[in-house]
Design a protein around this ligand. Structure first.
Ligand code: ATP
Ligand code: MG
Length: 147
């Protein structure tokens, strides 16, 4: 029924919960799982930049992306494999989170998105975060928001 499930990860406990649900759904539907994180800081952290210089890496921003992707896989790949999900795609993009998620969704045959209703934001008054509101409004597929 669903064959490409995307889960959006921002490091929050809400997103952790969404990942748990997405893994179960992907296993049930025998779907590919796309684990996507958008880093919105424009440039590599000073720590990464320094490491990049010492290793003669010319593009510290790409290194930052690679490191974030490695962390993501280290953290979640074992759970994904254990659940029996066959195909895991991990992607770290840079830019505006909603825009990058929508680009990925549009370009990769994603037919279901799983995300937290809230994320790392601290605006307690809001019931729904701006990224989940924008993605549910604009994505051309099913969007499941996890509370
Ligand atoms: P806001 O960011 O508007 O202050 P918030 O952080 O509480 O509020 P959202 O950012 O909308 O809420 O987060 C809701 C969900 O959207 C998260 O649980 C996560 O699934 C997804 N999400 C948010 N930011 C990102 C991101 N940078 N990369 C990937 N997924 C994200
Ligand atoms: Mg947020």
């Amino acid at each position: 029924m669903y064959s490409n499930i995307l889960v959006a990860y921002d490091g929050s406990a809400h997103a952790d919960k969404a990942i748990g649900v997405a893994i179960e759904l992907a296993a049930k539907f025998d779907a590919d799982l796309h684990l996507v994180q958008v880093v919105d800081h424009a440039h590599a952290s000073s720590g990464t930049a320094e490491f990049a210089r010492s290793e003669n890496v010319d593009d510290p921003d790409s290194l930052e992306i690679e490191l974030a992707k490695k962390n993501l896989l280290q953290r979640f790949e074992p759970k994904v494999r254990e659940a029996g999900v066959g195909n895991l795609h991990a992607r770290v993009a840079r830019g505006d989170p909603a825009e990058q998620l929508l680009n990925y969704i549009g370009g990769s045959g994603v037919d279901m998105v799983v995300m937290g209703r809230r994320g790392v934001g601290r605006m307690e008054g809001l019931l729904v975060g701006s990224v989940s509101a924008k993605v549910s409004a604009l994505a051309d597929c099913a969007v499941l928001t996890i509370k």
